[in-house]
Ligand binder design. Structure first.
Ligand code: EPU
Length: 417
């Protein structure tokens, strides 16, 4: 078992380079199966979620070469086999294989995907899309057999702008006959990256990044090269670290516009930021003021930064209110923060954070990826030593988090126990 030990109170100063976005890379890799030629994806982050997708690619018989952050995938010889539950449940993004295989072979057999336990996370919108495009879905417990004689484009309206259902629609509709119009689509930058990737292979997708996407089906998808966009959630997490305990901490290789919902909240709180074209410099400021935050789909405040920013809100003067509208179980970090000294009350989907409170080191558990990030941030600012257990969740999504933080002055070590 791996855990992290942090000695709190050390100022973070210097540069942190942002890696490729987990939630873009985990969609591009399954999308590559739709190509009948070799595809090359650079800036792939070295995180365990990517290893899990690699395992699925290799299980299906794809040839995968990895050279640093470059991944070369040739899947023209793959076999459309049932993906075992033991690998599909390792991560949420495994179900992008459901749609890529359905799009390519008109048949797929696989199990309910995994992912952080932050809510029920149903897949009804994805299944609704498959059915609308002409597929038959047979559900047997958590196993799905999905077949189609032919896939035909149509107009689909999502009940909510789901990232997963939007990506899955793209991956099937690119190989359907005729035009699909997806309404109430998610607008996250990761959606744009998947559409751009597919277009480079020869797809005809317009409107990605808006709530209406039009996809004209094509018969063949070929080779292409793409680079994964910078991880806006990783960038946001380190910016919050800078607001907590930074002195001229510069977050580089990022797209500031992708986290403008965070930077505008930080400014509202009184943080001083220098925003460049592809970097932001931040230092800790005194006398931060409380804010109200409500999580929303892009370009709203991302749910994935809700837990990390909670740590910062424990340090401001006054009561902040944070409403989580996306997931019903994304406050598992709160009891641990309270154990470290914060004063946070949970009421249904809202938390009330009374600050400022002194945080003191403790042994706390990373119950999920972003809860873990929140607790690492708490450890950086806490007095004394913090141990964050179950760190595997954090390593699923943050490339080289230990080294990146050590390089800017944090006293943080990975321990194997
Ligand atoms: N929803 C449904 N039915 C569906 C799909 C979604 O009810 O068929 C609900 C969900 O339960 C949730 C909301 O709609 O309440 C939004 O879910 P969405 O489908 O947008 O999320 P996702 O695709 O499962 C991705 C990211 C998450 C991120 C969300 C929201 C990946 C692999 N995961 O999840 O990332 O929180 O979008 O931005 O891209 C993380 O990185 O820590 C993480 C959880």
């Amino acid at each position: 078992m791996k855990q992290i030990k942090i000695k709190g109170g050390n100022i973070l100063s210097g540069d942190i380079n942002i890696s490729g976005a987990k939630n873009s890379a985990v969609a591009l890799i399954p999308a590559s199966l739709l190509s009948d030629e070799e595809v090359r994806i650079d800036n792939i982050p070295n995180i365990s979620d990517i290893d899990a997708l690699n395992e699925i690619l290799e299980y299906l018989g794809a040839s995968v070469k990895r050279d640093g952050s470059l991944m070369i995938i040739d899947s023209h010889n793959i076999k459309n086999k049932k993906i075992p539950e033991s690998i599909s449940k390792k991560l949420r993004a495994s179900y992008y294989f459901m749609s890529a295989l359905l799009g390519k072979y008109k048949r797929v057999e696989m199990y309910f995907p995994g992912g952080c336990s932050i809510g029920t996370r149903p897949i009804d919108q994805t299944l609704k899309t498959f059915r609308a495009l002409g597929a038959t879905v047979i559900e047997d417990g958590n196993k799905y057999t999905i077949t189609a004689d032919k896939l035909v484009g149509t107009t689909i309206q999502l009940d909510m702008p789901s990232v997963g259902a939007t990506v899955n629609t793209l991956l099937v509709a690119v190989r359907a006959e005729g035009e699909t119009i997806l309404k109430n689509a998610a607008k996250e930058p990761e959606i744009v990256s998947v559409a751009t990737f597919l277009n480079q292979m020869g797809a005809k997708i317009v409107g990605a990044g808006t709530s209406e996407i039009r996809i004209e089906g094509v018969d063949y998808l070929g080779s292409c090269f793409t680079e994964v966009i910078p991880d806006r959630i990783e960038a946001g997490t380190y910016l919050i670290a800078g607001a907590l305990i930074g002195k001229d901490l510069t977050i580089r290789n990022m797209i500031p516009e992708h986290i403008s919902s965070l930077t505008s909240k930080l400014k509202e709180m009184g943080c001083k930021l220098k925003i460049g074209k592809d970097y932001i410099t931040i230092s800790k400021s005194d006398n931060l003021t409380p804010v109200k935050i409500k999580t929303l789909g892009y370009p709203g405040f991302p749910t994935d930064l809700q837990q990390p920013i909670t740590t910062l809100l424990t340090q401001v003067n006054g009561t902040s209110i944070l409403e989580e509208t996306i997931y019903e179980n994304r406050f598992q970090n709160v009891p641990y923060l309270n154990q470290m000294g914060s004063n946070i009350e949970i009421k249904e989907r809202t938390i009330k954070i009374k600050g400022p409170t002194k945080l003191v080191g403790a042994t706390v558990e990373a119950t999920d990826l972003r809860a873990g990030a929140c607790l690492v941030l708490a450890g950086l600012v806490a007095e004394g030593e913090t141990t964050v257990t179950e760190i595997k969740h954090v390593l699923r999504g943050y490339e080289n988090i230990i080294e990146k933080l050590q390089n800017v002055g944090a006293k943080i070590e990975l321990e194997e126990i």
